[in-house]
Ligand binder design. Structure first.
Ligand SMILES: Cc1cc2nc3c(=O)[nH]c(=O)nc-3n(C[C@H](O)[C@H](O)[C@H](O)COP(=O)(O)OP(=O)(O)OC[C@H]3O[C@@H](n4cnc5c(N)ncnc54)[C@H](O)[C@@H]3O)c2cc1C
Length: 511
């Protein structure tokens, strides 16, 4: 039977990024995917700055950026075209990249696929459907069948189920799911543009009770129109090309674009009750599904992958006990829940079919917008539980100057745990024992001062410390801040607490 450190079930965006991150850390990864090739059709439309920073970590930002377009705003209008909600996206955003990119998902997946397959320690086995998972003391045995029907057996130390909302691993790990009950039936129609269409909205929800519609750019050459299906309307009827062209005729004609796909989706909102059972963990849609009104489903899956990748890396290297994996759900679940609830709230605004209720909604939102006077800004919560001492926010990525070179923080400092400080005296004051423990987890030290050799080129970190307090931050490999300190004693206490949190413990539990 073949063996690996981590088996990833499912080769959607979550599985692809997880394999790439673990592969970069040198672990033996096997991905099992039921489809024989890439799906090759778009689902997600956009991703945010944190996800672009993850692509940067993989060395793929430039290649992925070639199939993405920066988006500045997101607009919600009523049937009369009045703006009800307006969200402004920053460029650059805190992670050093634009806050939103509209993408063509097959391009992104193609780049990730080529990257994964080029890694010598990552094996991608397409055409293998996993049908059984059995755990013992040392690992998990996965059973399945390949495209020819032949049996496949694999042993892994850990398994991550990234096999989507209807996959096997969720049924194994968490037969119970919490369902928010927000379930909507939409028609998603994708087009390849043949020419530019002046005035075509790039990211707009049309909250028309007669026909809720969403219009989205998906990458440089494609556009998506989505329509909420009417009560009693069947998918068969709605997907007929002449029906689709009639629906989009207000915006485009066959001279402007070619229809590449029409599909009926039921948007769901569910969160698995459990994200871990022993050595099997859930990530991405396998752990949570949300409606696409905030465009965060895939982004959340990639955040899961990043969170799990650094924790699995530490466990596999013996730098942390297996119990660190129990911090995964307490960190990720409230974050996902916040976004899901906000997406449902927006979805309810969008999908109102009763004209009187829609009129009342319009009046309320127009008044709120007049009172606000500026577009809303989207902000996600800090991590509150898990492997966090006193902070949990996302550490920004600004530009640093090092000699003649000015570059983004991550490119100059590198990946992994990082102690960032404006005060050169702080790391020097650490006792050898604390310094040794930090070195043992591969921790880096970035002193942002002329003495430290790294200059805060745009004042990003001066401003961040001024707003957050302290002069040192212990930043995790996924860029969430473990804690901040303002004195040598405070920093020593922080690193000691981290050492205790990472201490090996044997229990394999469900969380
Ligand atoms: C219309 C629409 C628009 C969206 N827009 C956005 C957006 O703009 N931004 C955003 O972030 N998100 C968006 N999303 C959500 C996003 O598409 C999903 O959250 C994301 O694709 C989930 O990725 P995943 O890798 O977790 O799962 P999936 O993409 O579902 O991949 C799971 C994989 O597992 C495989 N698999 C399943 N069972 C098995 C098995 N037994 N054995 C082996 N393999 C198996 C499947 O074949 C599949 O390839 C949108 C979704 C929809 C429907």
């Amino acid at each position: 039977m073949s063996a690996c450190d981590v088996a990833v079930v499912g080769y959607g965006p979550t599985g692809m990024v997880l394999a790439a991150l673990l592969g970069a850390q040198g672990h033996r990864v096997t991905v099992l995917e039921r489809y024989t090739g890439l799906y090759n059709l778009p689902r997600a439309a956009c991703f945010d700055d944190e996800i672009m920073r993850t692509f940067q970590k993989l060395g793929l930002a430039e290649a992925i950026g070639r199939g993405a377009v920066v988006q500045r705003d997101y607009e919600w209008v009523n049937a009369a075209g009045e703006t009800l909600v307006e969200i402004a996206y920053a460029d650059p955003a805190p992670c050093g990249w634009a806050q939103l990119y509209m993408m063509f998902q097959p391009h992104v997946e193609d780049v990730l696929d080529r990257h994964d397959k080029a890694l010598p320690n990552v094996e991608v086995r397409q055409g293998v459907t996993v049908t059984e998972l059995r755990q013992d003391e040392d690992g998990v045995v996965l059973r399945g069948t390949d495209a020819a029907g032949a049996p496949v057996d694999l042993r892994a130390r850990y398994v991550v189920g990234a096999d989507g909302g209807n996959g096997l691993t969720r049924r194994v790990v968490s037969p119970e799911t919490e369902d928010y009950g927000f379930q909507e039936n939409w028609l998603v129609c994708d087009f390849r543009m043949s020419r530019a269409v002046p005035g075509l909205p790039s990211f707009r929800q049309v909250c028309d009770p007669a026909q809720p519609t969403s219009i989205v750019t998906i990458g440089p050459d494609h556009h998506r129109f989505s329509f909420m299906l009417n009560p009693g309307e069947t998918a068969e009827e709605a997907t007929r090309p002449e029906r689709v062209w009639a629906r989009v005729s207000r915006y485009i004609t066959p001279e402007d674009a070619a229809m590449i796909r029409v599909v009926n989706y039921v948007f769901r909102s569910r969160i698995a009750a459990r994200w871990r059972l022993g050595r099997v963990l859930l990530a991405g849609d396998a752990a949570h599904e949300m409606p696409p009104f905030l465009a965060q489903g895939m982004c959340s899956g990639i955040r899961d992958a990043h969170n799990l990748a650094f924790k699995l890396d530490m466990v596999l290297r013996g730098q942390a006990g297996d119990a660190i994996l129990d911090t995964y759900r307490p960190e990720r679940e409230p974050h996902v829940r916040f976004i899901t609830e906000r997406a449902i709230e927006l979805g309810r605004v969008q999908t109102m079919r009763d004209p009187d209720a829609a009129r009342a909604r319009d009046e309320r939102l127009l008044a709120a917008r007049r009172a606000r006077q500026a577009p809303e800004k989207l902000q996600f919560p800090a991590l509150r539980g898990g492997l966090i001492a006193n902070h949990g926010g996302l550490f920004p990525q600004g530009r640093l100057r090092h000699g003649e070179r000015t570059a983004l923080f991550d490119d100059l400092v590198g990946p992994g745990w990082c102690l960032v400080t404006l005060d050169p005296a702080l790391p020097a004051a650490l006792l050898p024992e604390a310094r040794g423990a930090w070195d043992a987890i591969g921790g880096r030290v970035a002193v942002l001062s002329p003495e430290g050799g790294l200059e805060d080129a745009d004042g990003t970190y001066r401003d961040w410390f001024a707003a957050n307090g302290g002069t040192a931050a212990v930043v995790r490999p996924d860029w969430y801040v473990y804690g901040t300190a303002g004195t040598a004693a405070g920093l020593a206490a922080l690193l000691e607490a981290l050492g205790r949190a990472l201490r090996p413990a044997d229990a394999l539990v469900a969380s």
